[in-house]
Design a protein around this ligand. Structure first.
Ligand code: HEM
Length: 350
């Protein structure tokens, strides 16, 4: 009797502990990245990052959302090269000053450089800020209740940031409809399922009034649930109010599938969220994720590992920054903004 009960317990716990690693590892790995990149050069890398983030999130779980969004904004603009982390320089204002980046959390930048300092102290300056951000993003998801998965590593840090125009062109606005999202993310190789899964990043974190008051004033978006709209108007009494509210009404700090339940109840915060349920091309995907969290997690891992490899720099490209917010001083003349032929000339004069 006792042994059959323990067998039952073992069986149910192994069913509950569903593993998502296989969905990451089924992804094609970009040239120059690998699953075991720092295995011998910095074997404690992942435990240093996870241990520190556990402490940070114990104090303020909101920081997990800030780090996940920072990784998204890094990867979508010029690739996952840590360029969003760079402060402005004589060559112009940085990506950070582009409107969609103004609401990135200042603490997220500090957390990344603090992790960089801890990692470099243990292993030397061999791990890029872009890799640390990819790992911090994975841990933000996992430590908020989401799936655990492996991240291919070996990214190098970019030598320059993107222009404000390029930043704006690559990050869709919250007023975007599904057609715009499918087009914009489609050019980066994402399918409709990827788009719906990635939007599930909005299961944690907050948004400012200005990101959604276009749905409240002067006219209320007829799609929006009436009680939800009334509550949002209390939080944001005017279009330019400076307050914030949670992106996922039902479980704002837990990485789960409730965001999709919100959408089915017309309680999505941004047009870009809600329209995924209104549009016939993505509605069934939303419904399937709302009905089954495992299916959401599987598809999210697939899509986020794809995102984490967008236009990565590897091998001898870029550099390993000694400080995530500034490029190394010796690399000033190797700016990638110059076209290939000119770059050769510049290198030969160094
Ligand atoms: C698909 C198009 C997307 C649009 C239009 C969009 C738009 C936005 C906007 C407007 C905010 C709030 C900014 C503010 O008002 O403070 C936000 C927050 C956030 N976004 Fe997205 N986003 C998109 C995709 C993603 C993706 C792919 C991820 C990650 C996988 C993501 C993760 C987050 C997170 C975690 C926050 C909360 C940040 C915090 O609390 O600090 N978003 N997003």
């Amino acid at each position: 009797m006792a042994s059959s009960i323990s067998l039952l317990l073992l069986l149910s716990s192994s069913l509950l502990l569903h593993s998502y690693f296989q969905y990451a590892e089924a992804q094609q790995v970009a040239d120059g990245l690998s699953w075991s990149f720092y295995n011998s050069s910095c074997p404690n890398l992942e435990s240093i990052v996870r241990k520190q983030l556990k402490k940070v999130f114990k104090n303020d779980i909101g920081q997990a959302a800030g780090l996940l969004r920072l990784h998204f904004h890094d990867c979508f603009v010029q690739g996952c090269d840590g360029s969003v982390l760079l402060d402005g320089s004589a060559s112009g204002p940085s990506e950070q000053t582009a409107p969609p980046n103004l609401s990135l959390r200042a603490e997220a930048f500090k957390i990344i450089d603090d992790l960089r300092r801890r990692v470099h102290k243990k292993c030397g300056g061999i791990v890029s800020c872009a890799d640390i951000l990819a790992l911090a993003s994975r841990d933000s998801i996992f430590l908020s209740g989401g799936p655990d998965y492996n991240v291919p590593l070996g990214r190098r840090d970019g030598l320059d940031f993107a222009t404000i125009a390029a930043t704006l062109a690559n990050l869709p606005a919250p007023s975007s409809n599904t057609t715009t999202l499918l087009e914009s993310l489609g050019t980066k190789g994402f399918t409709a399922t990827d788009v719906v899964a990635l939007s599930g990043g909005h299961t944690i974190g907050i948004g400012h009034c200005s990101s959604f008051t276009g749905r409240l004033y002067p006219n209320q978006d007829p799609v929006m649930d009436k009680t939800f709209a009334r509550n949002l108007k209390t939080i944001c009494p005017a279009p330019n109010s400076n307050n914030t509210t949670q992106l996922d009404l039902r479980s704002p700090n837990i990485f789960d599938n409730k965001y999709y339940v919100d959408l089915m109840n017309r309680q999505g915060l941004f047009t870009s969220d809600q329209d995924l349920y209104q549009d016939s091309r993505t509605r069934a995907i939303v419904t399937s994720f709302a009905a089954n969290q495992t299916i959401f997690f599987e598809n999210f891992v697939t899509a986020v590992v794809k995102m984490s490899q967008l236009n990565v720099l590897t091998g001898a490209q870029g550099e390993i920054r000694a400080n995530c917010s500034a490029r190394n001083s010796g690399s000033l003349l190797l700016s990638p903004v110059v076209v290939a032929g000119e770059e050769k000339e510049l290198r030969s004069t160094v």
